[in-house]
Ligand binder design. Structure first.
Ligand code: ATP
Ligand code: MG
Length: 365
């Protein structure tokens, strides 16, 4: 089958690392599965060219694709713009909304060869870590009608309402259990059911969904305990299923225990039937890090986060699990052989360029 991928590289190192990811995908293109790349402008570079961070043409390109491979947007060049016109707010957020992306997946991986980059003790990291944080994006306290009661002096108050609908919990729970089936078959569902009614409901619905996945082990954990356990005993985790706000916090915590932002990918998945073509799952895939303006144009950015984002695209959107695993194994093997971009080594004389790292990975596919 021919798959259409919208390629939105963005700004600063965005295009540099995107080039690497496309090279990897092109190498995996064969008679059975081939990839069509549809490049479009986004972010600051789109503002410069068209006046808009998300031009109509870019949106059209994305709508026609099976998935979006996104780079990064923003940087000092556009910082003078008003907040609503900032590249990220004016492109990435509207894209998330337009495609109703309801789930954010952030793998936090520590390769055993890169253990020293982690702030965790070596005995805690052990043989490396591979945790998948799954964050719900449409419910929770961010969207419940916020209210402000003014003019009552000392009784003035502000409130946010935590709301979850059954279907919102069900669809993300299914995704958690299905993801776990491709991994170590463990799901930790995070909540605060000891004090919040919406979280009692979360726990109830997740438990019901779990009945359809008897081969996957489900644990429930309070968020405060989970924050602690991620540092004390991270290897207990496989898939961590989080409501929106707790996922926001835990995914940043998990990314920091890996110690290397240039290695971390992310995926945002949309509702299966709304934008998915050919029965596939629409999604947007991007590195966890930003545009790294400080190193842009030097050819030294680490392309691995973007390359692993492409692997997630193959896994979750195109259902090409074998090819996703080939990419991940090639990355592991390049790291094991000692390939290091500048962000991964204290010895800058040994550091290789973006292009060299890409070749190290491509030749191991
Ligand atoms: P934001 O998350 O708001 O974009 P930011 O712009 O400060 O924040 P990054 O662009 O991710 O965040 O940059 C943070 C630091 O990480 C910088 O020093 C940058 O050079 C480094 N960094 C980010 N991505 C990479 C990468 N792919 N390779 C090497 N270094 C990177
Ligand atoms: Mg940035």
């Amino acid at each position: 089958m021919k798959y259409d991928i919208a390629v939105l590289a963005g700004d600063y190192i965005g295009p540099e690392v995107m080039k690497a990811a496309l090279e990897v995908l092109a190498k995996l293109s064969d008679e059975k599965d081939s990839f069509g790349f549809h490049e479009a402008l986004v972010g600051g570079s789109a503002i410069d060219a068209t006046g808009k961070a998300l031009p109509a043409e870019t949106l059209k390109t994305a709508e026609g694709a099976h998935a979006i491979l996104f780079g990064s947007v923003g940087g000092p060049k556009w910082e003078h713009l008003p907040p609503a016109e900032q590249p990220e707010r004016a492109s990435l957020l509207p894209l998330r909304k337009h495609f109703s992306l309801y789930a954010n997946l952030r793998p936090a991986i520590i390769y055993k060869e890169l253990k020293e980059a982690s702030p965790l003790r070596a005995d805690i990291v052990g043989d490396g870590l591979d945790i998948l944080i799954l964050r719900e994006l449409t419910g929770d306290v961010y969207f419940g009608e916020p209210k402000l009661r003014r003019g009552e002096g000392a009784n003035e108050e502000a409130l946010d309402t935590m709301i979850y609908k059954r279907y919102e919990i069900e669809r993300i729970a299914h995704l958690a259990f299905q993801s776990a089936r491709l991994r170590r078959k463990i799901v930790h569902s995070i909540d605060k059911a000891n004090v919040l009614t919406s979280m009692v409901f979360w726990r109830e619905v997740v438990t019901q969904v779990a009945k359809e996945y008897p081969d996957v082990t489900l644990h429930h954990q309070y968020v405060d305990n989970a924050a602690m356990q991620l540092i004390r005993w991270p290897s207990q985790f496989d898939v961590v299923l989080c409501p929106n706000m707790f996922g926001d916090i835990l995914s940043d915590e998990a990314s920091q225990i890996t110690g290397s932002i240039g290695m971390l990918a992310s995926a945002s998945l949309g509702e299966q039937n709304k934008w998915g073509r050919d029965g596939l799952q629409f999604g947007l895939y991007e590195p966890a890090g930003g545009t790294a303006p400080d190193i842009a144009g030097k050819g030294i950015a680490n392309p691995i986060a973007q390359i692993l984002s492409a692997a997630l695209l193959l896994r979750y959107s195109l259902k090409l699990e074998d090819k996703a695993v080939r990419i991940e194994n090639a990355v592991k093997s390049a790291i094991a052989a000692g390939a290091r971009t500048r962000d991964l080594t204290a010895d800058s004389a040994k550091a290789i360029s973006t292009a060299e790292m890409t070749q190290e990975i491509v030749k191991r596919l």
